[in-house]
Design a binder for this molecule. Structure first.
Ligand code: IPE
Ligand code: IPE
Ligand code: MG
Length: 240
């Protein structure tokens, strides 16, 4: 009897927080004989449709997408400005659509280096959606896991917090993800097996899902597969 109940539970179990390293835009474009920029456009379209799918079909509470890393500044200037440009162009309009669906937008990363227009749009979008109680969508943009940890440490030190008060709970509150729970399922598309400085602290006990599929091709069927794989896993957190 008990075994049946737990099997049913396994099947219906969904991750509370999904984080995705959306990789493979450039290679997708190359495969289609297109410039890399077209790959980023296609990737953005994919992100827009998957956010809706995960919200409407699965009611996922927290979704974080890696859009631009602190290391991505080292790409050719044209590519960087192309990526910044397409985000700047759609964010306000996208935030309105999120708002209608009750989605709350959070930015994870450093705003400082971003162009003023994009910075303003991100702030405006966060302000607009801050009281929404549906999905929390984390946009990791100009995000780096190590700088996130360092910035937390700097603020803790600057606030003279006594060492005995510094525990995991307190530390969580100093990260960009304050108020957002740990990642349950971390997906990387594009065939690489690495974390590329993404959510280092928050993915300490995540389940990983790697796929060769390039991000623009990571459609509803692919996300269903990732979720099925997650449901079949047994998470032990060091226990038995
Ligand atoms: C991911 O796709 C998007 C960003 C890093 C901004 P890539 O641009 O890294 O695509 P590949 O890995 O070169 O194919
Ligand atoms: C990771 O992809 C960053 C994002 C998806 C935004 P990269 O393509 O930058 O990662 P590496 O360079 O292969 O590690
Ligand atoms: Mg890449």
């Amino acid at each position: 009897m008990e075994a049946t109940a737990s099997t049913t539970e396994e099947k219906t179990r969904l991750p509370n927080h999904i984080a995705i390293i959306m990789d493979g835009n450039g290679r997708w474009a190359e495969c289609h004989g297109l410039p890399r920029f077209q790959g980023h456009l296609a990737g953005l379209e994919r992100a827009r449709s998957l956010i809706r799918y995960l919200n409407n079909k699965y009611h996922i509470k927290y979704l974080t997408l890696y859009g631009f890393s602190t290391e991505n500044w080292s790409r050719p200037r044209d590519e960087v400005s192309g990526i910044l440009g397409i985000f700047a162009e759609i964010i306000d309009q996208e935030a309105l659509a999120f708002h209608k669906q009750g989605i709350r937008l959070c930015h994870l990363g450093r705003l400082e280096e971003l162009p003023p227009g994009l910075r303003k749009s991100i702030k405006r979008s966060m302000e607009l959606t801050k009281n929404n109680t549906g999905m929390t969508f984390g946009l990791a943009f100009n995000y780096g896991g190590r700088i996130e940890i360092l910035e937390a440490v700097r603020r803790i030190v600057a606030e003279n917090i006594p060492p005995q008060n510094i525990d995991e709970n307190l530390f969580n509150n100093y990260l960009y993800t304050a108020g957002i729970p740990d990642v349950d399922l971390l997906i990387r598309t594009g065939g690489e097996f690495r974390i590329s400085n993404f959510l280092l602290w928050q993915s300490a006990y995540s389940e990983y899902y790697f796929t060769d599929v390039f991000w623009p091709d990571f459609n509803e069927k692919e996300i269903d597969k990732a979720l099925l794989s997650y449901r079949q896993r047994q998470r032990r957190f060091g226990g038995l």
